[in-house]
Design a protein. Structure first.
Length: 141
């Protein structure tokens, strides 16, 4: 299993958590569980309701949208982070290419962290606003 430091480094690289302090990342890490998935395992399936996010600690994951490959992800990447915020449908399918070690964070535990440390919510909103601004610039200049 990944060391505490490795988990924190990977969480720090998740755009949604980029404004969080080390102490806040530690709380998020404690809210998650480490799991190992075998090659070919579907982590998330496009269109299905999500209730958790997965941070890749080790291994490689292929992400497909409408059966077209859009990315290959490795350690430090996250899959399904929007499910920490709502119960909307998954926007893509993610499949393990190799054996993968993942930190799974479910929405219920994540929300408990937000209740304990409300400042994280403000940082998440700022991160999301930045992502929306980036997308706006991409599409509208």
């Amino acid at each position: 299993m990944a060391s505490k430091q490795t988990k924190l480094e990977h969480l720090a690289s998740v755009p949604l958590f980029d404004g969080c302090s080390k102490k806040e990342l530690e709380k998020i890490a404690k809210a998650g569980d480490e799991i190992v998935m075998t090659p070919g395992t579907v982590i998330v399936d496009q269109g299905q309701t999500g209730r958790e996010a997965f941070v890749v600690l080790d291994g490689e994951v292929t992400v497909k949208r409408n059966n077209r490959k859009i990315a290959t992800l490795g350690p430090g990447a996250v899959v399904g982070e929007l499910s920490l915020l709502d119960h909307g449908p998954r926007t893509a399918t993610a499949v393990c290419d190799t054996e993968c070690e993942l930190l799974v964070i479910d929405q219920r535990h994540f929300r408990a962290v937000l209740e304990q440390v409300p400042a994280i919510s403000t940082k998440l909103l700022a991160s999301l606003a930045g992502r929306i601004r980036d997308m706006d610039r991409q599409y509208y200049g």
